[in-house]
Design a protein around this ligand. Structure first.
Ligand code: UDP
Length: 234
């Protein structure tokens, strides 16, 4: 196997499926089945999930709410998504632990790096909730940060697009997909991969990012096997 430990980042929006808001259980179940295949192959998987399907701090700020307050609400939204994913994984018989960057002891563990690593070692899936625990950050940054902390080999960002394009493929039909791109090119071309804080963390710590289509069943396993899917940034 090419990877021992993978950090999978899922956006909140990806959990919406075809819905306009909230969680599509069928979509969460498909993701859980894909994750199971990778875990069953003996690869350690940690997951960071966003909250944009429920609440986004930046959007709330635009309609007048104080940013920090709105961001804390966004972080709580991520925990709801994490709990949905935890249930779906456990329904498949997998062992999981949810760790939150904001303490919520009735529903999950607090984030403790060393404990997270022990869980991974013993074959449990660790889901990291509440982003970084700080306002003004994103769950992309949380994914990069946690991946570095737990010494993951790669961040895999599962989206509904099959990689990084020269322009937004939903708007520009001439856009082409990169197989591989450097961190410098992402900066120079202003490509929308992850926010710049997340990109910089990965670059400084030599952590590759793979952007791929998580909605295509089997893609996550292909990547875990070392097959080329999506776009790799390194
Ligand atoms: N958020 C935050 N700090 C973090 C991570 C997330 O304040 O470290 C808040 C922020 O308001 C953000 C919301 O949580 O809009 C949901 O996270 P994100 O937008 O990253 O989710 P995604 O786009 O992946 O669904």
């Amino acid at each position: 196997m090419k990877y021992n430990r993978i950090l999978l980042k899922l956006s909140g929006e990806s959990l919406m499926g075809e819905k306009q808001y909230g969680i599509d259980n069928n979509r969460v179940q498909q993701y859980a089945e894909d994750i199971k295949k990778v875990v069953d192959a003996g690869i350690e998987v940690a997951i960071v999930i966003g909250g944009g399907n429920i609440f986004r701090g930046l959007s709330a700020e635009k309609s007048g709410m104080e940013r920090a307050q709105a961001d804390y609400m966004g972080m709580l939204a991520t925990v709801i998504n994490c709990m949905a994913m935890q249930s779906a994984l456990e329904d498949l018989g997998l062992e999981t632990r949810l760790q939150s960057a904001i303490k919520m002891e009735q529903i999950c563990e607090p984030y403790i790096r060393r404990r997270a690593m022990t869980h991974l070692h013993t074959g449990k899936i660790v889901i990291f909730g509440a982003g970084t625990g700080n306002p003004y950050f994103t769950t992309d940054t949380a994914a990069s940060l946690r991946a570095i902390e737990i010494k993951a080999d790669v961040v895999m960002k599962g989206t509904r697009v099959d990689g990084i394009y020269t322009a937004d493929p939903e708007k520009d039909p001439t856009a082409t997909r990169y197989d591989e791109i450097s961190f410098q090119e992402v900066y120079d071309k202003g490509l929308n991969v992850m926010d710049m804080t997340a990109i910089t963390l990965c670059r400084e710590n030599k952590l590759p990012i793979i952007v791929f289509d998580m909605n295509e069943p089997g893609n996550f396993m292909k990547l875990a096997n070392g097959e080329h899917v999506g776009t790799i940034v390194r």
